[in-house]
Write a protein that binds this ligand. Structure first.
Ligand code: OGA
Ligand code: NI
Length: 346
């Protein structure tokens, strides 16, 4: 079982056939494309001062146009970010016998270490990545399931999770203000199932043929992503069919709007499509903090956004039902927008 992790069998030479994506999906030789898209970088500190309204506008413009933005001066210290990157990186360096205690593909378990994706066992092609996932909400109930090793793991990852939950709720408050929803609109069941994924992409002998993840939007309300230890590039964002590399920077966090934000905003905000690629020489890591609805939460356009001119575009479903449709529509079976189209009203 433990040999299933890419990091435990890859030898720097072999790429098994079921990791080679068909030509139309593989990245090809242009692994780090550039385009004229520039993802806005927003100084979050200015939310407190006289520029508040202009910062809210910048964020809402980015949410409408891109479904993604970057933030600086976000109030999470470099120490917390760096220590978290180091902890996760060291977790992946633990002996495979230690890590294999956590192997699980069950998306409802509090912690799980798996490879490729949740539907690995049905996939035709696998992603060149291993993922360690853990639930973070409510924190006190989740921490007892987290790893003890490396030393300091629980303490540091707890501090990081507290900061991400705080930051996430600040960002969501801006979005509810920008959309004209009541304060706290996103603060309840819509965001009360936080989890963090550590993505680990080992060096790959043929990066042009393989993928770290395929084009997707996240199944979250919002995701706060940081690129990992060593700042190895590999994240790409897609708008209207054009790809651009999101350059890593140690103090910058990337905020992606997920499918759920698109539904709740009744399509006023878009979700940000992205993927990740591997490279030949270095392992790459990224850390994604997902703010998600609880399983029983009803996902539907916010009532305050519905008018005769703007009727609801999506049907109401529970988040559990949404996930079932999402998992049945995995990216290379269908286009990412099909996940949400499943719920578009006829
Ligand atoms: C994800 C993701 C991208 C990356 O975890 O959902 O898209 O940069 N990760 O690894
Ligand atoms: Ni993603």
């Amino acid at each position: 079982m433990e040999k299933v992790l890419v990091s435990s069998w890859c030898d720097g030479e072999t790429v098994p056939e079921n990791y080679v994506f068909p030509p139309e999906l593989r990245p090809g030789d242009n692994l780090l494309p550039k385009s004229d898209i520039s993802i806005p970088i927003i100084d979050l500190d200015k939310l407190h001062g006289p520029d508040h309204t202009s910062i809210v506008t910048q964020i809402m413009d980015a949410c409408q146009e891109f479904g993604v933005f970057q933030i600086i001066n976000h109030g999470v210290s470099m120490k917390t970010l760096d220590e978290t990157r180091r902890m996760f990186s060291e977790f992946f360096k633990l002996p495979v016998e230690e890590k294999s205690k956590f192997i699980s593909w069950d998306p409802t378990s509090k912690v799980g270490l798996y490879t490729s994706n949740y539907n690995y066992h049905e996939e035709k092609f696998h992603f060149w990545r291993d993922v360690f996932t853990q639930k973070c909400y409510p924190l006190q109930e989740c921490i007892p399931y987290w790893p003890h090793k490396p030393d300091g793991y629980r303490e540091i990852v707890k501090e990081y999770s507290v900061k991400m939950i705080e930051l996430g709720s600040r960002i969501l408050e801006v979005m509810s203000e920008g959309l004209g929803l009541e304060p706290g609109y996103f603060g309840k069941e819509l965001s009360q199932d936080a989890e963090v994924n550590l993505n680990h992409y080992p060096p790959c002998p043929e990066p042009s043929l393989t993928l770290g993840t395929c084009k997707h939007s996240d199944r979250s309300l919002v995701t706060i992503l940081m690129q990992g230890h060593g700042n190895v590039p590999g994240l790409q964002y897609c708008k209207d069919g054009k790809w651009t590399t999101v350059d890593p920077s140690p103090d910058t966090l990337v905020v992606f709007l997920g499918h759920i934000m698109k539904i709740v905003s009744n399509g006023k905000l878009r979700s940000g499509d992205h993927k990740s690629v591997t490279n030949k020489t270095e392992a790459r890591e990224s850390i994604a903090f997902f703010l998600c609805p609880t399983r029983d939460c009803v996902i539907e356009p916010a009532k305050a956004l519905i008018t005769p001119e703007s009727p609801p575009l999506f049907t109401s479903v529970t988040y559990r039902e949404f996930l079932q449709a999402h998992d049945a529509n995995r990216c290379f079976k269908a286009k990412p927008e099909d996940v949400v189209n499943t719920f578009i009203k006829a």
